[in-house]
Design a binder for this molecule. Structure first.
Ligand SMILES: Nc1ncnc2c1ncn2[C@@H]1O[C@H](COP(=O)(O)OP(=O)(O)OP(=O)(O)O)[C@@H](O)[C@H]1O
Ligand SMILES: [Mg+2]
Length: 358
């Protein structure tokens, strides 16, 4: 709350966000629903403006069709609840402070390399719902926010490991970044209405619970053929580290993709058959790579499997004119090509496995 006498603002911060109160070029908060990410950054926005430095602040999302989708309303509410309305002027498309600072709201998709330059003098940029930020937008934004001591903040609910913000702040985190994970239990103000939602998901939709509430990457999507089976396997702790049996043969099952940039993904499962159980030991996936890449992966991971190719595995590769089968045999692997089972075969196998509950 704002103290009229001292002119100071006291904001209670959840301890999970405390590391983000110190200066850093990049700040990130990721996690599941209702963890307080948006409220934390909205309060930080207000706090920075109250310091009286004439802060220029840009709040962005990948797509902003109307200001209603922006953080504007949340920031306005914070200004009121913190009792600092007299230090701000709320305008239709922006919020101004009495020290010459202001906050504007933009969608990255409305900008290009030229137009984005108008933000070069900004002190802060907050990217809300950063999981939808494209690689292009991230690459445009970073060199644009270039003022001395400027900061870029990200708040997001993780979607996929390969999303731009996850690669940038989690996989290859820069040294000058502070990133925290926040979930519902870290939010001291977690409201009852969200607790009821959470409990309902836990009970009725366990397959999406971890993704929505605990910030995990989306795994088996609903509607995926084996979503339920995969979820059960996870809950029954059947997914974990499995050691290879030194006696039994190693088998590699290929789902063949092409080698062009837009080709389907190529997937290889390394498995062993142990009694009537299949142990999956490793998984290799790639897109647009030549076959030599996969041969190399198999070798560097020390697998020397029998390779199982689908019937299209004997077709000529359009780059080399050779067949996949020949390539793999040249590389020293035994190859089995599964014959074409006819129309509808794949579907009936899926149904069979779903019924058998594998
Ligand atoms: N600092 C705070 N002061 C008061 N209430 C808060 C605060 N932080 C969080 N809350 C309460 O917790 C709820 C969830 O917070 P918030 O919307 O910031 O979470 P989030 O992580 O952004 O969620 P989502 O993933 O759904 O966007 C808010 O609706 C509010 O009721
Ligand atoms: Mg939010």
């Amino acid at each position: 709350m704002f103290d009229q006498r001292t002119g100071k603002l006291q904001i209670g911060t959840a301890s999970v966000f405390e590391p983000l109160l110190q200066p850093a070029r990049y700040k990130g908060a990721w996690g599941g629903r209702g963890s307080g990410k948006s409220h934390f950054f909205a309060e930080l926005v207000v706090d920075e403006h109250i310091s009286g430095r004439g802060m220029r602040m840009l709040c962005v999302r990948e797509v902003l069709k109307s200001l209603k989708e922006s953080a504007k309303l949340l920031i306005e509410d914070k200004i009121q609840s913190l009792g600092v309305g007299h230090l701000f002027e709320i305008q239709k498309d922006r919020i101004k402070d009495i020290y010459g600072g202001f906050i504007i709201f933009e969608g990255m998709q409305d900008h290009n390399a030229e137009s984005i330059k108008s933000f070069e003098g900004f002190d802060r940029c907050w990217v809300e719902e950063a999981q939808t930020l494209s690689e292009r937008s991230l690459a445009l934004l970073r060199p644009t926010i270039r003022k001395e001591e400027s900061e870029i903040w990200f708040s997001w609910n993780p979607r996929l490991e390969k999303d731009a913000v996850d690669k940038f702040l989690r996989k290859n985190r820069p040294d000058n970044a502070i990133v925290v994970q926040a979930n519902w239990r870290d939010n001291p103000w977690f409201p009852d209405v969200l607790e009821a939602e959470r409990q309902h998901d836990l009970k009725i939709y366990p397959e999406r619970y971890d993704h929505i509430w605990e910030g995990s990457y989306a795994r088996a999507f609903e509607g995926a053929y084996f979503a339920r089976q995969l979820n059960e396997a996870r809950q029954q702790r059947r997914i974990g580290f499995v050691a290879a049996d030194p006696i039994l043969p190693i088998r590699a099952f290929f789902d063949i993709g092409g080698s062009g940039a837009k080709a389907d993904a190529m997937a290889i499962w390394i498995v062993q058959w142990v009694g009537n159980q299949i142990n999956v030991l490793d998984y290799i996936e790639g897109q647009g790579q030549v076959l030599a890449y996969y041969v190399n992966e198999l070798r560097s991971r020390k697998w020397h499997p029998v390779c199982y190719l689908p019937h299209d595995g004997i077709n000529a590769n359009n780059v080399t004119g050779k067949r996949y089968r020949d390539h793999l045999e040249d590389a020293g692997f035994d190859v089995v090509v599964i014959p074409n089972q006819g129309a509808g075969a794949a579907h009936s196998v899926v149904l069979f496995l779903q019924r058998r509950n594998y």
